[in-house]
Write a protein that binds this ligand. Structure first.
Ligand SMILES: [Zn+2]
Length: 330
């Protein structure tokens, strides 16, 4: 970390600025226009990582270590209920002049320009969407390449988040891929031979295409490689993703922010739809985002893993102190 960035982080710390999944909501109001992009004070490794978030800002972050409905979680059948995409009203405004795309140090975030989610007569306003790498939720035990979080807030200051897994598109199916189709071209590599011997995939498993919205957004990500910087994206058309979300279902559960202060009561909607980015786009995004995924939390309603861990550590220390000293090695 260079001196300038260190200074920036210290400055941000002095003004007690966070940049979490709740950025732009009542929990973390966005800086006034014209202000610099504020860089987060928490991180994902070492002493500023998720094992220590509660201690970074006590008691504000205490839910991170004591909450019993924390996110993310492993999305297995028993922890969520299904809500059909057709049963929610979702609109997200296009951004014909592009959108501000910011590097908050802990994520890269698109500042949206209006949108609503209405579920069971409750309406939430879209604040922003941002990305985690790898995915924070696990899809029945499996981590995905990335996860997009669309953060909404109601007039009553309730938060709803739509989470969408992002996979890696097949290179040949990427919209930008101008390379000729590989069909008929024989390869002698071991992997290619194995693939040729594999039966054709079922009809549903067609080549995964890169999502145009994501390709458009991430085309500029290398311009915000430094935390605290922002760029204007090309025009963004949201219907591609909105239509996909509505045509699929949501796995819903009540959880928390996945970043400090880990507030609970968050209405999670994890989509069964999948987005995708081209392999080269994934690498480009990874080189900027690095790693920003909180570890999977305990099943909702069960004790916080950090509480269990603290109890276990204390018990181990007591037992170690009580045990007779080991005989010195010969
Ligand atoms: Zn998030």
């Amino acid at each position: 970390m260079g001196f300038t960035l260190r200074t920036l982080l210290l400055t941000a710390s002095a003004t007690r600025v966070f940049a979490s999944c709740a950025h732009g909501t009542f929990l973390q109001p966005r800086a006034e226009e014209g202000g610099a992009v504020k860089v987060a004070t928490f991180g994902y490794t070492g002493t500023i990582g998720p094992l220590n978030w509660a201690a970074l800002e006590a008691p504000a972050n205490s839910a991170c270590a004591t909450g019993t409905r924390q996110s993310p979680i492993d999305m297995v059948d028993s922890v969520f209920t299904i809500l059909n995409g057709a049963d929610v009203q979702l609109t997200v405004n296009d951004m014909p002049d592009g959108a501000d795309f910011e590097n908050l140090g802990t994520t890269v975030e698109v500042i949206t320009q209006g949108g609503t989610l209405t579920v069971a007569d409750k309406t939430f306003e879209l604040q922003q969407f941002h990305f985690h790498l790898p995915s924070e939720h696990l899809d029945n035990g499996t981590s995905q390449a990335m996860e997009m979080h669309m953060v909404f807030q109601s007039a009553a200051q309730e938060i709803a988040v739509i989470g969408v897994y992002i996979g890696i598109a097949d290179a040949a199916a990427a919209p930008a891929a101008a390379a000729p189709a590989a069909a008929g071209k024989r390869s002698t590599s071991r992997i290619a031979r194995r693939q040729e011997a594999t039966p054709p995939p079922p009809p549903a498993a067609v080549a995964t295409r890169a999502t145009t919205l994501l390709e458009t957004i991430f085309s500029t990500v290398d311009q915000i490689s430094v935390p605290g910087t922002k760029v204007k994206t090309p025009p963004l058309v949201m219907s591609e993703v909105v239509d996909l979300l509505k045509a699929n279902a949501f796995q819903i559960y009540s959880g928390s922010l996945t970043t400090p202060p880990c507030s609970e009561g968050v209405n999670w909607h994890v989509s069964t739809a999948r987005l995708a980015v081209a392999p080269a786009t994934f690498v480009k995004a990874r080189d900027v985002i690095g790693f920003n995924s909180r570890f999977p939390q305990n099943t909702p309603g069960q004790p916080n893993i950090l509480m269990l861990s603290a109890l276990g550590s204390a018990a181990a220390a007591v037992m170690a102190a009580a045990a007779p000293a080991a005989a010195p090695a010969a």
